[in-house]
Ligand binder design. Sequence first.
Ligand code: FES
Length: 241
Amino acid sequence: MEYLFKIFRYDPLEDEHPYFQDFLFRTEEKKSILEALMEVRNEQDSTLAFRYSCREAICGSCAMVLNGNFDLACRTELQKLESSHIVIEPLPNLEIQKDLVVDMEPFWDALSQIKPYLFQGEKIQEEGHRIEEKEMDKIFQYINCIMCGCCYSVCPVISRDERYLGAAALAKLYRFVKDPRDKRPFSSLSAVNTEGGLWGCDTVFRCNEVCPKEVRPADGIEGLRRKLVVEKIKRVFKLRR
Ligand code: FES
């Protein structure tokens, strides 16, 4: 079977503009897009740049746009794309470093702003802190996030408002806020009570659609909004008593 790859190329140090380069790729075997890209790089053009690590849909580093769909190159089978013409592009909304490699810094920066770790209470339980299964069910999908950046890249808000933290960071905050072991202060929630935080989301649900791990980040954002409103109301009533 012969495939025509149209691969996005751009080296900001050398090229005036981005362009698409055609590569013919032949195989009779079942291969992932990542394997095909590796062969193209090894046999046709060693300057082709793309990012990967685990090759098992775990590290999230090979996210890209394949025939218009956001996905992981390592879990996308060539044969399942139902076309012999395959357009391969980098994630949008992030600066191109080279070809299919984008600068993930804004994504990591947003994530670090929500403090993505468990806040311990004053008393640390020596025997550990078990979490009930029904509590785990509420956060399990968010734990599955592999931080590939697909939801960040597909988001129309990110493309027009650089203050917006993005779906992955906010869904991660929801994961910790809903964790019964987490003792973060209310200020961590009110820190995202902003246009660049919870209220920036346009609820178009593109993030839910593209997640390769079936996480639904927009649901987490909705959950955080509810939590914030409930906590605010509780505080107002407490003050009045
Ligand atoms: Fe790790 Fe694809 S290489 S997710």
